[in-house]
Design a protein around this ligand. Sequence first.
Ligand code: ZN
Ligand code: ZN
Length: 273
Amino acid sequence: MRVDLHVHTAFSDGTLTPEQAVDTAYSLKLRAIAITDHDTVEGIKPALDRAKEYSSFEVIPGIEINAFYLNEEIHILGYYIDWENDFLRSTLKSLQEERVERIKKIVKKLNDMGIEISFEDILAKASGSSVGRPHVAAALVEKKIVSSIKEAFDLYLDKGKPAFVPREKITPHYAVDVLKKSGGIPVLAHPGKIKDQSIVKSLIDYGIQGIEVYHKDHDEEMVQHYKKIASKYGLLLTGGSDCHGKPLIMGSQPVPYEYVTQLKQIKKQLCIQ
Ligand SMILES: [Zn+2]
Ligand SMILES: [Zn+2]
């Protein structure tokens, strides 16, 4: 019985609808998936509803909050969040508004460079609710201003390029607070991608409860390293494919159902407290 604890849908930057994600997971014989869209919980309900059509298949309500600390993008996963919680929803709403403002600033920079692109062109590429740079890149490809998504980032959108606008992101510590206040279990996503590894320790000290040991960008050495850290500090292990639809890598980092049982036990304790 295998599970995938890190799956994106079209509500953030994935290509599968939540229903398609559930259908795919079921056909791959996974026992459960966690829906972990960036800064949004919109994909959770449709996925939970779809999962009811299958026997012994579970959807874990989750999220991946994009945070920023010491010049690095840090992602915090939250499992079993109370996704209807008002505090969570209003926090996410302000994050979404900030995303929109950022994209408008990018559009202005591109327009100032003589590139004709509108905010609406970009929104049309974001079928869900979390608009971001990949949608700007897709719009630039469609308008034949660049030939690929990669070129859009290389020429305009990456840090240091002319249309780059930094996000005024929340810190990962604040993301941990938000997740805890929303009944969720905060887990550090893909720690192997963090350049300054002192951040990992800082978040452990701050109260992160788990660590994503298995991830498509982790090599065997990283897996062993984070397993050791998890056991040293008594943290949960998690893992997932970080599947965004294309390529369809769902289930490529399968972890045992036991990880879900452990998450559920912690959630139960949270509910008692
Ligand atoms: Zn991530
Ligand atoms: Zn992710």
